[in-house]
Design a protein around this ligand. Structure first.
Ligand SMILES: [Ca+2]
Length: 140
């Protein structure tokens, strides 16, 4: 599947990685200016494709914003186009030394979705002013 420059084909997705340290808001604006939006991950296959690509590229020590947020309504996670983020397994990771809880676990303190190295790129809720890289998506 061909993707318009600067997006690259990963599985069924057209993605662009931004390797600047950005807040969620900055990342969101940057993706829009690239002609896309922060990435949406709708299926387990897409999450798997992302994971494999990051490992193949040797950047599996890097954290990335993607497009999910529950800032508008706590607990209701949506993508930039307003559709619902899938909840539970196998999308959201676990937290704690014995994986006692499942993400999202930050309540009103953490309203933005990231794929982090320490979380093995399962979904995780993060505070908005954290700075990390970002994954943009071109919507086909
Ligand atoms: Ca929240």
């Amino acid at each position: 599947m061909a993707c318009p420059v600067p997006f690259i084909s990963i599985g069924s997705m057209c993605l662009e990685f931004l390797f600047s340290d950005l807040t969620f808001g900055q990342a969101s604006v940057s993706c829009v200016s690239e002609g896309g939006s922060l990435a949406t991950i709708r299926t387990a296959e897409e999450l798997r494709d992302f994971f494999l690509y990051v490992n193949q590229l040797g950047i599996a020590d890097t954290n990335f914003w993607v497009g999910g947020s529950d800032v508008q309504s706590e607990g209701i996670w949506t993508w930039p186009d307003g559709t619902l983020v899938p909840m539970g397994t196998p999308f959201w990771g676990t937290y704690g030394p014995f994986a006692q809880t499942q993400e999202p676990n930050g309540g009103t303190e953490e309203n933005y979705l990231a794929l982090t190295s320490i979380g093995y790129y399962f979904f995780r809720d993060v505070v908005c002013n954290a700075e990390m890289k970002a994954v943009c998506m071109y919507k086909k």
